[in-house]
Design a protein around this ligand. Sequence first.
Ligand SMILES: [Fe+2]
Length: 427
Amino acid sequence: MYTLPHHFEFLSDAWIDEARAWFAQRRDRLGAPFSVSERMTDAPPHLGLAGGVASWTVRWDGSEASVARGFDAGADATCEGDYQAALMAAQWVGLLAPGAVEAMLREVRALFGADAIRFGGRGLPEGTVELMAHFHDHMGRKTVENPDLAHRARRLGLTRHVREMEDQGYTIVERAISDGFADEVREATIRALSENQAGAALNWMTYQGREFERLVQNPLLMTLIDASLGRGAVIASISAIKRGPGPGFIPMHTDYAHVPEPYPEFSLTGVGVWALEDWTVASGPTWIVPGSHRHRRPPREGEGHNQGVPVEMPKGSVVYFHHGVWHWQGDRTEAGERVTIHSHFNRGILRSLEPKKTDVQMLHRNPPRLGEMLGEDDWFDKMSAHGRDYGRFAYMERLLRFNEAGRREILGEAEPPRGQDLAALVS
Ligand SMILES: [Fe+2]
């Protein structure tokens, strides 16, 4: 399937097998009898689940633990909802941290609505809540993103955005995080700038706190990145910029450094800029020349300014531009400071600006998505004296192919890869 051997997809057979092994290993420590059951709808078709329903139940009777497919509405604790929404929750590691469950549900509900995940049942015995939190974290560390790009984009409401960013070179996703999280990221950014005596800008932001680890994995922005740069896209840089009133200090440019003209027909690099306050013309937003990526070259002196449009969007939104589209930083005419996080990604075959720091503790407190963007899952920089990492090569090749099929499906260039076609794609 579409994972490395040590990862799995949410509620896939491999996921169920891992759950079974986890409870079996803790047979002596499971405490009072309990049962937990979950049912998620609209699972991606390639999982091959009847009706697209992904379900499982764990039942501990005091002597035997059973883990199986199927939903039991009479379980002590039940969870039902949309597969993609539940996947976002399933990848949230660290549930025992103070406020973590509330923060997780806040973000899931900000993206998918209040009823996206529903809980039921009479409740779990004392001690089992903590046990299940550990189980959740263990599984989250190994649970990958839904590799079916077309299905995922539909479930995330991003099909229009993917088409728009192909057509215009950019798109805006409004309110991609909750207001509360936007405030937390802004506060953490100001703290990091101050602690590092950084003034107006700081890079390597992923290593400045948990808020940034979470922000950088936002499923909406990552889906746009997958749809433009392919899977295995890596962090080029995660930067913070704080600016006050005055003229913009980043002139018209593209983000293609040292790329020869004409630029390639496929996108090499993309940047998502997070608005941590409302963006208006007065706040000095990014200005973009729509469709300018089709020139496949940088702007010449004085060119394009009269065709630019300001990016106006509410707090918690992200603008994503890619493919060598022309843009610049606008003048700020209002008081106060604009604080932004710039999530710059490169296609996985390119080098980055930030050296990648492999922090095993950081990887341990996050799902595999973070490792992927730090280059953990591809074969680059893995060759040893004894050879190449063909396992990672084959995995990424399959994933890239499936992802590209999804991109073409979204853009209407091909029929959906279903049935026979899908089987051919996997083989
Ligand atoms: Fe730029």
